[in-house]
Design a binder for this molecule. Structure first.
Ligand code: ATP
Ligand code: MG
Length: 265
């Protein structure tokens, strides 16, 4: 279970302007739940995922992953609990290393250096099977360098790397946004399968209302660093992308109105 309590983060821009990116976010994610996250640009979606991953420390609040308080834990320390895939297919892998070497690196993550061993026939065979399962013609590319793969193929390998050791939490930040529609669809399909097969607790940011509703069990909407809505169960099941957009627009309007009419001290 992931517990995010009253999480706050304000960034100071180079000009000195202070931007509140997270304003008291509370979310409890039961183990195995797949949550999709939508929201306007700059609403704090990536900041939320980055705070959970430990890219920076929050100003206030608490983050617990399966009972472990990670709030002030260094990013590398909590890395073994978390799998991540970013929007940029070039992030998260080493382009000059082969696909097999990248997979091996992911598999050895969190182990002491002394325990490291090279690529055995056994692990190569296993990777071959795992890549074949992705259905993106990657099984023949084990010895190809990562940099020669297409964006979609890279994201598929990155997804495999992020989930190889069955993390306690999978964080996906618009991981299909930089892909062409066909590759994006393939990656979403793979995501769905990997999450279901491994029963992974997942937070997936997306700009697609369709993806937000079709994938996972729950959808949260962010706006101005706050969670505007939290939809699951029959309420969510009865919504289509248009309803969601309408709901979002109404809620946003209410918030904007409240902000604009806030009495000044
Ligand atoms: N490292 C940083 N330094 C300064 N400001 C930042 C930093 N990271 C985020 N911000 C600011 O915090 C706010 C929230 O940003 P965030 O990246 O979380 O938004 P987002 O919801 O992911 O947006 P998008 O949909 O564009 O990816 C924005 O105003 C952004 O400019
Ligand atoms: Mg973002």
């Amino acid at each position: 279970m992931i517990q995010i309590e009253r999480l706050e983060k304000t960034f100071t821009q180079p000009g000195g302007e202070r931007v509140p990116a997270l304003r008291g976010v509370d979310i409890v994610i039961p183990t195995g739940q797949f949550v999709t996250v939508i929201g306007t640009n700059g609403s704090g979606k990536s900041t939320l995922l980055n705070a959970v991953a430990g890219s920076f420390f929050p100003d206030a609040g608490k983050i617990t992953i399966d009972g472990i308080d990670v709030t002030n834990q260094a990013e590398f320390k909590r890395a073994s609990l978390i799998g991540r895939v970013f929007q940029d297919p070039f992030k998260g892998t080493c382009p000059s290393m082969t696909v097999a070497e990248n997979l091996r690196m992911a598999e050895l993550r969190g182990q002491r250096r002394g325990l490291r061993v090279g690529l055995s026939r056994l692990s190569l065979d296993r990777y071959h099977e795992q890549l074949k399962g992705l259905g993106m013609r990657l099984e023949g590319r084990l010895r190809a360098s990562m940099g020669t793969l297409s964006g979609g193929q890279r994201q598929a390998v990155t997804l495999l790397m992020a989930t190889l050791k069955r993390p306690q939490l999978l964080l996906l930040d618009e991981h299909t946004a930089a892909l062409d529609p066909r590759a994006a669809e393939q990656i979403i399909h793979i995501t769905e399968e990997v999450v279901r097969e491994n029963k992974l607790t997942t937070l997936m940011v997306t700009h697609s209302m369709d993806q937000a509703l079709e994938q996972g069990d729950r959808t949260i909407m962010m706006h101005r660093g706050e969670m505007l809505a939290d939809l699951s169960g029959s309420e969510r099941a009865g919504l289509n992308a248009n309803d969601l957009l309408k709901r979002f627009t109404e809620l946003r309007y209410t918030v904007e109105f409240a902000v604009a009419n806030k009495p000044t001290a």
